[in-house]
Design a protein around this ligand. Structure first.
Ligand code: NAD
Length: 400
């Protein structure tokens, strides 16, 4: 019998047989989920030799929920995920026509999943546009709630936009062209610091050498500049004995047991990740910067096909493939399950099953090196053999 995962005193309490809800997803979701589940179960069995096992619990969302229950996002799904705290999902169709709450947005709001975590690293053999793609190995912590994504935006010419413009012009002498569209960029000390805390805690736990705050504070002094200032402040106040600002660490020197706190301006950071990727390890960024950086970094190591993601709050986490449903290949056992499999590895790492996470990473690396890969990689890798989604999963298990 499975048991629920709990969260006490800021820590996950994970039983040996945790119940983990999953959403298989639409389109190719069932193909990749089937393969991923097979890998997770086999690797847990291999690593824990029967001592640990996952009790998977299906919850419905997307097309499957709509067909069975007439709703895209049943309340029961949100309730089950809230009760069990940790879940994993395949990609979901975003129905065209609007009026439907996106599951990701709903989960983010209901569970306050304020950190979007995207690890980016290279797997040997994957085609990349870079000469030395292996030098990039970063974990990006993107703030997930605030910034220009908070949804406070008004259409050009709308009464709301006009009133905001009138208010700012009359009260504060702001210069805004009449008829402009208006978007608001709220960024709080609370929201910024809890994200930076998560990034620092991860760096300490994973033995990573630096945390870089990425901001555009030279232009947006109070929002992005605030992020930088609040980030350094919380590092000093909460982790003063375990972190050190770059300025105090000395050029090229490394205090062996301390995490170095750096900051970079967003545009410079894009250049740095291309030119000096080895100098960055954990990145903490406001919502927009983090969104842009995540995809650019993923492209450097060979694209989004293998990029995993997790949305994490305090005591709640939902992991997911970062690509969409690839509907034209649905049911063909053809697409790459790597993204959802690596998202699972992230989930196990978050829960403290590092041995399982490491074995999954090793398995995927081995499968790619063996050049028996799904079509998306096979067509770009000279001498590779194309295999099905399920055969690729078996190959991962063999190499784990
Ligand atoms: P997509 O990611 O499904 O496809 C983009 C391209 O990548 C296509 O050529 C596709 O065949 C390929 N691709 C995607 N996943 C692949 C995999 N695992 N292996 C190999 N190739 C893969 O993006 P899209 O076509 O823009 O969107 C399709 C649907 O997915 C839409 O309904 C969209 O709203 C939804 N979507 C969902 C999520 C999510 O749930 N997280 C994310 C993005 C898009």
């Amino acid at each position: 019998m499975g048991e629920r995962i709990d969260f006490r005193d800021g820590r996950w309490v994970v039983p040996d047989h945790p119940i983990i809800p999953f959403i298989e997803g639409d389109g190719t979701g069932p193909d990749i989920w089937r393969a991923a589940r097979r890998v997770f179960d086999a690797v847990v069995e291999q690593v824990a030799r029967g001592k640990r096992r996952i009790e998977w619990l299906e919850v419905l969302a997307g097309e499957k929920a709509f067909k069975q229950l007439g709703t895209w996002l049943p309340e029961a799904t949100l309730d089950t995920i809230r009760t069990h705290r940790v879940a994993i999902k395949g990609p979901l169709t975003t129905p065209v026509g609007g009026g439907i709450r996106s599951l990701n947005v709903a989960l983010r709001q209901v569970l306050d999943l304020y950190a979007c975590i995207r690890p980016v690293r290279y797997f040997e053999g994957v085609p990349s546009p870079m000469r030395e793609p292996q030098k990039l190995d970063v974990v990006i912590f993107r703030e997930n709630i605030e910034d220009v994504y908070s949804g406070v935006e008004y259409k050009a010419g709308s009464p709301e936009a006009d009133q905001v413009i009138a208010f700012l012009t009359e009260r504060f002498g702001a210069k805004i062209r009449p008829g402009s569209a208006i978007g608001i960029k709220p960024m709080s000390k609370f929201g910024s610091q809890r994200l930076v805390v998560k990034a620092i805690e991860y760096a300490l736990r994973a033995g990573r050498r630096s945390v870089t705050l990425v901001h555009k504070g030279n232009i947006m002094k109070f929002t992005e500049g605030g992020f930088r200032e609040w980030g350094y402040e919380v590092a000093r106040e909460r982790f003063g004995d375990r972190t050190i600002p770059e300025a105090d660490a000395g050029v090229g020197k490394r205090e062996t047991d301390k995490v170095i706190m750096k900051d970079r301006i967003t545009d410079a950071m894009f250049a740095q990740l291309v030119l000096r990727p080895e100098e960055y390890s954990v990145i903490a960024a406001p919502n927009l910067n983090g969104d842009l950086l995540s995809d650019a970094a993923a492209a450097q190591v060979g694209g989004l096909g293998l990029a995993p993601g997790g949305n994490v709050g305090d005591g709640y986490a939902v992991f997911e493939a970062t690509h969409g449903t690839a509907p034209k290949y649905a049911g063909q056992d053809k697409v790459n399950p790597g993204s959802v499999i690596l998202s699972g590895a992230m989930m196990f790492e978050e829960l403290g099953w590092d041995d399982v996470a490491t074995a999954i990473g090793r398995g995927l690396g081995g499968a790619i090196r063996s050049r028996r890969v799904t079509y998306d990689l096979a067509r770009l890798m000279p001498g590779a053999t194309e295999v099905s989604t399920s055969a690729f999963a078996e190959c991962i298990i063999e190499h784990a």
